[in-house]
Each structure stands twice: as structure tokens, then as C-alpha cells.
Design a protein around this ligand. Structure first.
Ligand SMILES: NC(=O)c1ccc[n+]([C@@H]2O[C@H](COP(=O)([O-])OP(=O)(O)OC[C@H]3O[C@@H](n4cnc5c(N)ncnc54)[C@H](OP(=O)(O)O)[C@@H]3O)[C@@H](O)[C@H]2O)c1
Length: 395
């Protein structure tokens, strides 16, 4: 992650992207979309070309967002084909086993892909998996230029896609809106670089930082809009992790119920990505036999080993939903990549309620860990604060 200011700007832009895609869905031409970057002299042909790539990358990022909950362990990728006649075709990755984003956009473009510019958030794959290499489809379609957000660190791609395209005479540009794409693909990129899932700790608390009353009751501190948002976080995660104490106290089901995917036409067969895949449920410790969380994985080993196992099984992101003992253990072990904190306008008014994290914390101010606020958002009466942890120290 970059500095506080840089990350904040990336989030601001992604709000614009959401807005621009909404406008796009109502039929405005691509040229009407807001442009956020200029790399050449304003008014020059290069500037207008670069602006077209930026606008197309905005749309590709938005298309990827529509399938974020469906593609893991594969990356959630968006792609836009800019044809020579000025028309545009958008695609996004199908669930595992289905076509990648590039193939959907190329299928929609048909013969107009010849001589076109293909804009994609992630480097096209160059290997035969459950689907054929996207590089082959791009070359076969006669695409003239490929514009890429970020390179794919997966060992089976890792620059090979770019090399294959260039060897076939396709012009390749890398790094367009790279910060925004890195932000969107953070969990995937982290998984491919480290083998472990990206760890998000979710905390819901009163403004005085309490997560449960002294009698153990804690449910519904936050409002329905905040809980709906938290269900989207679940849908974007491959696994949800809680401690045995939370299972005993709340008997949570930890399913995605309140959030409905927005859909949008990003697949060439016309279906929309509206399905929800329930995340796997994990209990640190053991759950009573009649708990609602079953079926679940019950884990009693080191938390780092749990992440190794989930990563090896394809989890790109996990969501730790507490309670304070288990969340505190993740934090002290240096295993957390980001926090999502929901604060409700409520006051417990004392120190006998449960804290956000329990166990021994920093013993001096020098030991306090740093981070950066990457987003602040109002959700009904509550506030969501996203915090990126700097320099995690895995154990
Ligand atoms: N507001 C919120 O965001 C929120 C979210 C979740 C929970 N909560 C509240 O938090 C309270 C429960 O929190 P809690 O801190 O008591 O329990 P917890 O963190 O949910 O679970 C702690 C328990 O997990 C088991 N465990 C096994 N291995 C462990 C390990 N390596 N590290 C830590 N724990 C391990 C232990 O169970 P055994 O005792 O069986 O060994 C331990 O007592 C409830 O009142 C719940 O309502 C609030």
C-alpha cells in the first residue's frame, strides 16, 4: 500500500468508477465517461488515446467488480474491447471452469475485434487450464494492441502473457490505472505472491469501542445498512472465521443473506452474475454439535498453519469476524492485512463491556503498529472505516 494520501485517492477514484459505470449502463457513449488521468499534452492525439484507455479501464474495473464474489480462486478480471469503428464490448471472468474476461469481450466483439485495442485489468493468461490461453484467443482475433492494468504474479503467467503477445506482433502497454487495479485485485495478488489468503478483520463496535455487553449480548450493534455491507464482505471472502466463544455466545450462521449482487451484462451468453456462493465457515476451537455454523472446519492448531491450509485450498481472502480473543490473536501474530471497522452511534459508557481485541496489546507507544485509513463511508447511522495494515510480520 502507498501513503495514506495515495490510497485515499485510489478509493475516491473507485467511487467515480462506480458512478461512471452506472452512467454507462444507461447508454451514454464511452467518450462521456469521466476521465481521471492524462499522460500526454491535453488535446493531442496521444492524450485522447490515453483518455480512451483510462475510460475503458474504468469500465473494465467496474465489470470485474460485478463478478468479485464468483471467481475465486481465479482472479476477478474485467476486459473491454475498443473496436476501430468506435464500438465497445465488455467482459468479466466467469466462475471457475468458465471463460475468462477476455474471451467474453472478444466473443461479443466478433469480427470487429480485428485491429481493435483490448483493455484488461490483469495480464492475459498464456497457459492451457480448464480454458485455453487467452493470448491465443487475442492473437487469433487479430487484436492490434493490448492495454493491461497489472502483470499477473501467478507462476504460470508472470510476464509470459505479455511476451507471447509481443512475439506475435501485438503492441502491449502495461500499467494503465495500475494503482486502482492493484487495490481491486489485492487479495488475488497477495495469494499468488505468498500462498496465503488476504486476511480482513471485521469489527463492529460502539463509538466507545465496545463489541459486546458484560452479559455477553452483542448482536445488532450496527444497523441493517452496515450489516448488509458486511454480508457483501462475506460474499467476497472464501472463508469466514470466528472463535468458539462467539459460536457459544451468538450461535451465528455466518451466511450471506442481506446482500444481493448487483448483476450487469458482462458475460457473452447474456446471463448476469447474480448468484451467491456461501463462504466456507471456520471455527477456531470447537463448536457445539447443534450450532448453526455446521458444517464447518474446526481448527485447533496455529493460526498461520490455518492460513497456509486455506491458501493451499484456493482461498484468496478470509474474513475474521471475531470475537475479541481470536481477532486479537490474529493481530498479535502479524497475520492481518486489513481491518473493516463499523462504528455505531452507541455508547456502552464504561470499561466492563468486551473490547474490539482482547489479550495483551502494545506495552509502549513505540510498539504500536502503524497503518493507513483507505476509506471512510457512511452506512445509514453507522460509519465504515477501512484500515490497511502496514508491513505485516507473518509468523
Ligand atoms: N461486535 C462484534 O463485532 C463481535 C463479533 C464477534 C463476537 N462478538 C462477541 O464476542 C464475544 C465472544 O468473544 P470471545 O473473545 O469470548 O471469544 P472468541 O474470540 O469468539 O473465541 C475464543 C475462544 O476460541 C477458542 N480458541 C481456540 N483456539 C484459540 C486460539 N488460538 N486463540 C483464541 N481462541 C482460541 C477458545 O475456546 P475454548 O474456550 O472452547 O477453548 C476461546 O475461548 C461474544 O460476546 C460475542 O457476542 C462481537
Amino acid at each position: 500500500m502507498g501513503s495514506h494520501a495515495a490510497v485515499w485517492v485510489a478509493r475516491e477514484r473507485s467511487e467515480q468508477e462506480r458512478e461512471s459505470a452506472r452512467h454507462d449502463a444507461t447508454g451514454l457513449p464511452l467518450s462521456a465517461l469521466p476521465l481521471t488521468a492524462q499522460r500526454a499534452t491535453p488535446g493531442s492525439p496521444e492524450a485522447s488515446e490515453s483518455a480512451r484507455w483510462d475510460a475503458a479501464m474504468n469500465r473494465a474495473i467496474e465489470a470485474a467488480s460485478a463478478v468479485r464474489h464468483l471467481t475465486s480462486p481465479n482472479p476477478w478480471v474485467g476486459c473491454v474491447v475498443l473496436s476501430a469503428d468506435g464500438s465497445t464490448y465488455t467482459g468479466a471472468t466467469s466462475p471457475p471452469g468458465g471463460p475468462h474476461a477476455e474471451r467474453h469481450a472478444l466473443a461479443d466483439a466478433g469480427r470487429t475485434a480485428r485491429g481493435a485495442t483490448l483493455v484488461t485489468t490483469l495480464e492475459p493468461c498464456d497457459h492451457q487450464g480448464r480454458t485455453g490461453p487467452c493470448t491465443a484467443a487475442i492473437i487469433e482475433a487479430g487484436v492490434r494492441r493490448v492495454v493491461i492494468g497489472v502483470l499477473d504474479p501467478d507462476p504460470s503467467v508472470s510476464g509470459a502473457g505479455v511476451a507471447r503477445l509481443r512475439a506475435a506482433g501485438v503492441e502491449v502497454q502495461v500499467g494503465v490505472r495500475a494503482a486502482e487495479v492493484e487495490h481491486q485485485l489485492a487479495a488475488y495478488l497477495h495469494h499468488r505472491r505468498t500462498g496465503r489468503p488476504w486476511v480482513v478483520v471485521k469489527l463492529a463496535a460502539s463509538v466507545d469501542g465496545r463489541t459486546a455487553a458484560p452479559d455477553g449480548t452483542s448482536q445488532w450493534i450496527t444497523s441493517l445498512p452496515a450489516r448488509t455491507d458486511a454480508h457483501r464482505l462475506r460474499a467476497w471472502s472464501d472463508a469466514v472465521i470466528v472463535g468458539a466463544g462467539t459460536v457459544r455466545a451468538d450461535d451465528p450462521s455466518l451466511t450471506v443473506r442481506h446482500w444481493t449482487p448487483p448483476g450487469g451484462r458482462v458475460w457473452s451468453d447474456g446471463t448476469e452474475p447474480t448468484a451467491v456462493v456461501q463462504p466456507r465457515r471456520v471455527v477456531v476451537g470447537s463448536a457445539p454439535p447443534d450450532a448453526r455454523i455446521h458444517p464447518c472446519l474446526q481448527w485447533d492448531g496455529p493460526l498461520g498453519d490455518l492460513l497456509d491450509r486455506l491458501g493451499a485450498e484456493g482461498a484468496t481472502q478470509v474474513l475474521v469476524e471475531g470475537g475479541p480473543a481470536v481477532a486479537g490473536k490474529f493481530v498479535r501474530a502479524g497475520l492481518v492485512d486489513s481491518f473493516v471497522v463499523y462504528l455505531a452511534p452507541a455508547l456502552f459508557g464504561g470499561d466492563d463491556g468486551a473490547p474490539m481485541l482482547s489479550g495483551p496489546g502494545a506495552q509502549s507507544i513505540e510498539a504500536v503498529r502503524g497503518g493507513s485509513i483507505t476509506a471512510v463511508e457512511r452506512l445509514g447511522p453507522d460509519v465504515r472505516i477501512d484500515v490497511a495494515v502496514s508491513e505485516p510480520e507473518p509468523t
